[in-house]
Design a protein around this ligand. Structure first.
Ligand code: DP6
Length: 343
């Protein structure tokens, strides 16, 4: 027998959940979250509706260490910048407070896709961190509670706490602002998000800054009051699996969000030349019988929402446009725990 240290049993609370790893999918918003009622706790002004993705995901390991003097945040490939590292540590503090714990943690995250360029990297990162940290700190949460906590890190992460098609309900306080599932991922398994990656550069204005600036746009209040019927229509289109109805709203909604960004003071212009070329192209492909619609988050990359039978024609047309960097994604499930850790 080797000279192994003895492990006390039952384990004391600080050792019971020492290292936990979770994976969460990113999501693509059909109705976008843009602007907050309460900025610091991310209570959005409007409900948003999204599809959780399967292949674009983040894995996060949280390991508690009572000997640490502060959190240690590590970056994996395609991971967060300095600002997000500060945010990750601040978010751990939210979870510690909810759990009534005080040990610092080591935390690592690794995403399967480029961060900070309009593929909702903060959504999957903060959903994965929340799931892993809640378990590590022994905080019992159902998906609804988790969606409130994840929202404090990044509001779009709230939606990634559920699989399939998800609505983030914008209440008036922390307690009444959480996500609900509209339909599970198996409801519309043939729906696809073909992401045309025209830039892997980190965007110059973060979504968080964009949310604060939104109210400086003269168009903002008009957008807020026009959204409730659009949200009802988008949910009906999802439940009916009606891509034509969904697509018409998607495009209108993406243009509306960017109209707000472009008319904020100072203006934010996320698009590059290739973005606009793809928007025109997607419209013309429909005339050729390719059933596809565009949406764009806060970045230059274009998400083309289509069905599995149209993925090949979409990819070949993108290639002809000179866009060969693509990701094909589909509806994914909610967060899961993994046995393999990042450290
Ligand atoms: C355009 O959730 O990234 O992608 O809460 O500050 O992290 P923070 O913002 P974030 O904003 C997402 C904006 C969007 C639309 C959406 O996903 O709903």
């Amino acid at each position: 027998m080797g000279n192994w240290p003895t492990i006390p049993f039952p384990l004391p609370p600080t050792m019971r959940h020492m290292k936990t790893t979770a994976r969460a999918g990113s999501n693509i918003a059909f109705i976008k979250y843009w602007g907050n009622l309460i900025d610091d706790i991310r209570v959005p002004r409007n409900n948003s509706v999204a599809m959780t993705l399967s292949h674009c995901h983040t894995v996060s390991t949280v390991g508690l260490d009572a000997g640490l003097q502060s959190d240690e945040v590590f970056q994996g490939e395609g991971m967060m910048g300095d600002e997000e590292r500060r945010r990750a540590s601040q978010h751990l503090e939210n979870i510690r407070r909810a759990a009534g714990r005080n040990e610092y943690a080591r935390i690592a995250t690794k995403s399967s896709f480029p961060a900070g360029c309009g593929i909702a990297s903060s959504a999957s990162a903060f959903a994965a961190i929340t799931a892993a940290a809640c378990k590590a700190y022994g905080l019992e949460t159902d998906s609804t509670e988790m969606s409130k906590l994840a929202r404090l890190g990044s509001a779009s992460a709230s939606r990634s706490c559920f699989g399939g098609f998800v609505e983030l309900l914008a209440g008036r306080s922390h307690e009444d602002t959480y996500s609900v599932q509209v339909a599970p991922e198996r409801h519309w398994p043939e729906l696809r998000d073909v992401i045309a990656v025209v830039s892997r550069e980190r965007k110059s204005v973060s979504s968080s800054v964009g949310h604060v600036m939104a109210k400086t746009s003269p168009l903002y209040e008009a957008r807020i009051s026009s959204l409730p019927p659009e949200i009802s229509r988008v949910k009906a289109a999802i439940l009916d699996k009606d891509l034509t109805a969904l697509g018409e709203i998607l495009e209108r909604e993406a243009l509306c969000l960017h109209a707000i960004a472009m008319t904020s003071r100072p203006p934010i212009l996320y698009w590059v030349q290739e973005t606009i070329a793809i928007l025109h192209a997607v419209r013309s492909w429909r005339e050729e019988g390719v059933h596809a619609y565009f949406t764009i988050d806060a970045g230059p990359n274009v998400h083309i929402i289509t069905t599995s039978d149209c993925v090949r024609p979409v990819l070949s047309r993108l290639d002809a446009l000179g866009v060969s960097d693509t990701i094909v994604d589909e509806p994914g499930g909610g967060p899961v725990f993994l046995d393999e850790h990042l450290f």
